[in-house]
Design a binder for this molecule. Structure first.
Ligand SMILES: Cc1cc2nc3c(=O)[nH]c(=O)nc-3n(C[C@H](O)[C@H](O)[C@H](O)COP(=O)(O)O)c2cc1C
Length: 230
């Protein structure tokens, strides 16, 4: 049963993005929500020690990938006062790091998760190269431990075929540009999410916005993408 809400729905997007992929999609999602008349506040998780992208060398990329297997927390600055307002939904977004949520998102969950998410509707949003299930299982466990009400799930994977998307991510993080390399550009035309996926994020924003306006059950919405079928 739908019910029309009297106040304008408000969505808080808490996010971390290292190489710009998550935020690119979130801008589109937020545009779709705003188009429906939903208020959207963006809250970026800011590491206390800025993390440099690209990291610079293949060696430091490999070290980062190995280190993130152990889920190190990346200390973050306090959140803004705005994030303490009334919100109908929190979107918690970020990339997969070695099969896990990223360090800043883990630090957020440890420090602020219970206080900010308990009893609230939360929509996890994952951007990754291709493998997101372990990330999702771990994140879901942490959200449950924070007593969050998990509303649904959005996952976007890079659309390039393997092995090029893995090679592409590795090179890109190291600071190389495979899409400009004479050897690789034939197989790797673009890094990360494509324009179709940005359109998709916009459509998801429209659908989510409409559901929030009507008070519909968010779990009934279909956010499956062609590249990341559950
Ligand atoms: C340290 C590190 C580890 C990563 N590990 C994974 C992984 O295990 N699985 C995966 O699908 N993508 C992995 N990725 C790729 C990112 O999840 C992907 O490029 C994502 O789109 C980046 O989003 P962002 O630009 O918002 O940070 C990793 C990236 C980094 C930097």
């Amino acid at each position: 049963m739908s019910r029309v809400l009297s106040a304008k729905p408000r969505v808080l997007v808490v996010y971390y993005s290292f190489s710009g992929q998550t935020i690119g999609l979130l801008h589109k999602l937020a545009d779709g929500l705003r188009f429906r008349g939903v208020e959207v506040a963006m809250e970026r998780l800011r590491p206390v020690q800025a993390m440099r992208f690209p990291v610079g060398t293949l060696g430091s990329t490999l070290r980062m990938m190995l280190a993130t297997c152990f889920r190190p927390r990346v200390a973050i600055e306090p959140l803004s006062a705005e994030s303490r307002g009334r919100f109908d939904l929190v979107v918690l977004a970020g990339p997969t790091w070695s099969y896990n949520p990223s360090g800043p998102v883990l630090a957020f969950l440890d420090r602020d998760g219970e206080r900010m998410l308990a009893g609230r509707k939360v929509l996890p949003f994952i951007s990754c190269r291709g493998y997101w299930r372990w990330h999702w299982f771990g994140l879901r466990g942490k959200l449950r431990a924070c007593h969050a009400d998990i509303a649904n799930l959005m996952v976007f994977t890079h659309p390039q075929p393997e092995p090029w998307r893995t090679i592409g991510v590795f090179l890109k993080i190291a600071g190389k540009a495979p899409e400009r390399s004479p050897l690789l550009k034939k197989w790797y035309s673009r890094f990360g999410h494509g324009r179709d996926q940005q359109e998709e994020a916009w459509r998801f924003g429209l659908g989510l916005g409409q559901a929030l306006l009507r008070g519909d059950d968010l779990a009934a919405l279909d956010f499956r993408t062609p590249t990341a079928q559950p």
